[in-house]
Design a protein around this ligand. Structure first.
Ligand SMILES: CC1=C(CCC(=O)O)c2cc3nc(cc4[nH]c(cc5[nH]c(cc1n2)c(C)c5CCC(=O)O)c(CCC(=O)O)c4C)C(CCC(=O)O)=C3C
Ligand SMILES: [Fe+2]
Length: 313
């Protein structure tokens, strides 16, 4: 290959990926299931959930594009135009993680930083993204640094706590009685024996946000567990809501701090499923606005990229 060398530093911005159309749900689901096609029933169920949240474009598709452009602009401002070039790499959809790294290589990039659009580290989630990125980088002779986590970055905590306060304001007179439920995607329970930092990091984010927002009434709960026959981390948000209802809690603000974007787990699992469950019990459920391409979130990402580079010097 006669690649031109580039002095720019590549930034591999990784996200989960989403289908491009309802027809694309099957291929996407098959990829998540490591090549095993879903049953007709599983496919119909997932397609119905997407249909409920999709108005034309799949929201995560647009959100990821916007996040990558916004991070590019933020890095341009912080480090000067041309210093960094952002590439997108998705776990389960095109452009895949490997495509992003190959695109860097084609542009002559020799040095890169990889970051995932989720703040907390888990071997099963972020670890999987990083393994694929690093293996592909090695193939192309790209030296790659990784941002493992940024779950306590001050700008992240600050923005999340503003959003918690804004969410609480919606409750007016019942603000003080509102329970803040921090949540994240559940994982198979065996990660606990693996000493995975994921549960602890999620608690650290939650505690820091609660402290900055001055929230005393809060809990952490899991959501969106899979059905694999094996145990997943609990309690699930629906169990938590049921218990809180029994304790007389009438208003709940969900803060899904393990996610950053409007997507299925937020727009369906929380806004449709959990809200309905709460309303059936006479409870009011609201959710904080997601970060998406928020400026403070972008600064947290950009500073984490710069810090990873500095550490490697
Ligand atoms: C930790 C974690 C995050 C957060 C960190 C990160 O962002 O990476 C996350 C995010 C997301 N998960 C997403 C979608 C799905 N995840 C599934 C299944 C699974 N997720 C898992 C874990 C996680 N998932 C796991 C262990 C499985 C079981 C199969 C496996 O072992 O891999 C399934 C299959 C069907 C179902 O179970 O519902 C779907 C459709 C979308 C896109 C939504 C959209 O398109 O709008 C997003 C952002
Ligand atoms: Fe998932």
């Amino acid at each position: 290959m006669s690649t031109k060398e580039s002095n720019a530093i590549g930034v591999l911005v990784m996200s989960y990926g989403t289908p491009e159309s309802l027809e694309g749900v099957e291929a996407y689901y098959t990829h998540i299931r490591r090549g095993n096609p879903p049953s007709a029933e599983q496919l119909a169920d997932l397609t119905a959930r997407y249909r409920a949240i999709v108005g034309g474009v799949f929201p995560l598709r647009e959100n990821t594009d916007r996040q990558v452009s916004a991070l590019q602009r933020t890095l341009d401002e912080l480090a000067g135009e041309g210093a960094f070039v952002c590439y997108q790499g998705l776990k389960h959809a095109s452009p895949f993680i490997e495509d992003g790294v190959a695109a860097m290589a084609a542009n002559g990039i020799k040095k890169a930083v990889a970051i995932v659009l989720t703040p907390q580290y888990s071997v099963m989630s972020v670890g999987g993204y990083m393994k694929r990125a690093e293996e592909e980088a090695a193939k192309h002779g790209i030296k790659m640094q990784t941002v493992r986590e940024y779950h306590l970055h001050p700008q992240l905590i600050d923005e999340l706590s503003s959003r918690v306060q804004e969410g609480l304001d919606r409750f007016g007179g019942s603000r003080e009685d509102t329970m803040v439920l921090f949540s994240a995607h559940s994982l198979p329970a065996r990660i606990v024996e693996m000493k995975d930092p994921y549960p602890e990091q999620l608690l650290e984010t939650s505690r820091a946000v609660a402290e900055e927002a001055g929230v005393r009434k809060w809990e952490f709960t899991w959501q969106s567990a899979g059905q694999t026959g094996q145990p997943w981390l609990g309690p699930d948000i629906l169990e938590t809501l049921d218990r809180l209802n029994g304790e007389g809690v009438k208003s709940v603000l969900v803060a899904p701090v393990g996610f950053v974007s409007d997507h299925l787990e937020v727009l369906y699992d929380l806004d449709i499923e959990a809200r309905k469950f709460a309303e059936e019990r006479g409870m009011r459920l609201e959710r904080i606005r997601m970060l998406n391409d928020d400026a403070q979130y972008m600064t947290a990402l950009a500073e984490s990229v710069l810090a990873a580079l500095k550490e490697s010097e």
